[in-house]
Design a protein around this ligand. Structure first.
Ligand SMILES: [Zn+2]
Ligand SMILES: [Zn+2]
Length: 163
């Protein structure tokens, strides 16, 4: 997987969920029975397919699942919008590709443009600017609150330093 690409063209479901002998490939630990070859239930296969589709960069699935969470309301300004965008919280450019749903948020067109303009501005290219990132982009932490974070992009690794 290439975290600097939006779509993982060659990713196969078997790479993410290899077939295991006698237990479900989804990671639930449930033993397979009867004629089951890979998944212990329909729910397991559905869940695994969604994870796979998100990491692969399937826009249709990502939008469907994100809509179930945000219902079209912009996470930045809170306004509902018909033209909502599925935004990578950590941009693909900074290694936010091949991420799970927690790296996506609904943004209205206005907030999306504003964010994109900040991301690609000259200031953003330098390493020591203060940026505001959603808390959920700091892996391992949950929540949608905004905190100031400092981003430093070095040797294909991301470092987020709270200020
Ligand atoms: Zn399972
Ligand atoms: Zn907005």
């Amino acid at each position: 997987m290439d975290k600097f690409k939006r779509v993982q063209k060659d990713l196969k479901v078997g790479e993410l969920f290899p077939t295991l002998s006698n237990i479900c490939a989804c990671g639930c630990g449930i033993p397979l029975k009867g004629r089951q070859k890979r998944w212990a239930s329909e729910a397991c296969s559905q869940q695994a397919y969604f994870s796979f589709a998100i990491l692969k960069g399937n826009t249709g699935i990502i939008r469907k699942l994100l809509f179930e969470i945000d219902e079209g309301f912009c996470r930045s300004c809170g306004v509902y919008s018909e033209d909502w965008q599925a935004d990578h919280i950590i941009p693909v450019k900074f290694g936010g590709g091949a991420c799970d749903l927690d790296n996506f948020q609904t943004l209205c067109l206005y907030c999306h443009k504003k964010k994109t303009a900040t991301m690609y501005s000259k200031e953003m290219q330098s390493h020591d600017k203060k940026l505001v990132f959603p808390l959920s982009c700091l892996y391992g932490l949950q929540g949608n609150g905004y905190i100031p974070a400092k981003i430093c992009h070095e040797k294909n690794k991301l470092y987020f330093l709270s200020l």
